[in-house]
Design a protein around this ligand. Structure first.
Ligand code: AHR
Length: 335
């Protein structure tokens, strides 16, 4: 790997290409071709999932701001939640001969071919936030992000510990409805798995319905509305992210019920809006998922391009929040 010398001048190139017109990346991105850069500037192509949640907005901001601060030229693409867009963006980065590709996969599977193309072109790939399920682990250099199974476990642990208070209907059974993230996405699969593994310790806790809300506020609201129409014995909502939990709050209030009391709510992320709802007592518990991956990502990219060894997995440090902890943390919350 060629050793890169960083220049101070920052240049973020936001991809402006219309995804619909970038067949195999051939017409994609008007940004400069970094292969011709003799000044040592690192060019990173970043393929983002979309802008589905407050978490994602904070994640994008962290990546863009860190690239700018570190003088890394960032080519950024928003896949609008579609895997095919993301694959097109990665192909376009390969064609442009960027130095390194980073991406947060929309879903876990289906990336083998495009990652093989990147490998054949000699362009290292770093996974951020979400993992992929590929046969050959040498198709990417490293993964940076959360332990989503652990996040689900933390949510399940809280419910088991607070089972008595969570039996709102007082019938001895804790009926949980689950708002899943995007089907096939690592956080949706892993959080459901971690949660299920912990609640299995208590026979009175049962997931009675589970459906995707696509990690969006609107999706969470719509799914919760349909859950409320078909079941009047819901005790708990487990939402795979804050935004879906916030959507569920709207549906619960519209149904004349009090979120946090008539129906307990557990979410994951701990973005400002979620933390505010927790401080207000509308959410009961939040498991943190840290979106501020920019600094670690740029550091890993430099190491990879310098030919340094990097760990296979770099897992971010995270915690959990009760109402009291949210009230204390909110004034300093960055996102
Ligand atoms: O992959 C991280 C998840 O994706 C976050 O929990 C969610 O808010 C986002 O959409």
């Amino acid at each position: 790997m060629v050793k890169k010398t960083l220049v101070a001048a920052a240049a973020i190139t936001l991809s402006t290409f219309a995804l619909s017109s970038c067949g195999n990346g051939s017409e994609a991105d008007s940004g400069s071709d970094s292969s011709g850069n003799d000044d040592g500037t690192i060019t990173m192509g970043f393929a983002q999932v979309g802008a589905e949640s407050g978490w994602r907005t904070a994640n994008t901001k962290s990546i863009q701001e860190t690239a700018e601060a570190e003088g890394i030229e960032l080519k950024f693409n928003d896949a609008q939640g579609k895997q095919e867009n993301q694959i097109q963006a990665i192909r376009s980065y390969i064609q442009q001969k960027v130095d390194v590709i980073a991406f947060s996969p929309v879903v876990e599977t289906g990336f083998d071919a495009v990652l093989q193309e990147a490998k054949a072109a000699g362009i290292p790939v770093i996974l951020t936030d979400r993992a992929v399920d590929v046969e050959d682990p040498s198709l990417y250099e490293t993964f940076l992000g959360s332990d989503f199974v652990l996040e689900g476990e933390r949510a399940g642990d809280w419910l088991v510990e607070n089972a008595k208070d969570s039996d709102v209907n007082g019938d001895g059974t804790i009926n949980v409805v689950q708002l899943e993230g995007t089907t096939g996405a690592a956080p949706a699969i892993d959080r459901a798995e971690g949660f299920a593994s912990k609640i299995s310790a208590d026979d009175s806790i049962e997931v009675t319905a589970s459906q995707t809300g696509e990690f969006t506020r609107d999706g969470g609201k719509q799914v919760m509305e349909s859950f409320l129409q078909s079941d009047d014995s819901i005790d708990v909502v487990f939402a795979h992210n804050d935004d879906m939990g916030l959507g569920a709050i709207e549906a619960i209030e519209a149904a004349g019920l009090e979120p946090g009391k008539d129906i307990k709510i557990i979410t994951i992320d701990a973005v400002k809006d979620g933390m505010t709802a927790l401080a207000d007592g509308k959410i009961n518990f939040i498991v943190e998922c840290n979106p501020l991956l920019g600094p670690q990502l740029m550091d890993l990219a430099k190491k990879v391009l310098d030919g340094e060894e990097v760990p296979e997995r770099v897992v971010t440090d995270e915690g959990t929040f009760t109402q009291e902890q949210a009230i204390e943390a909110l004034p300093q919350r960055q996102y």
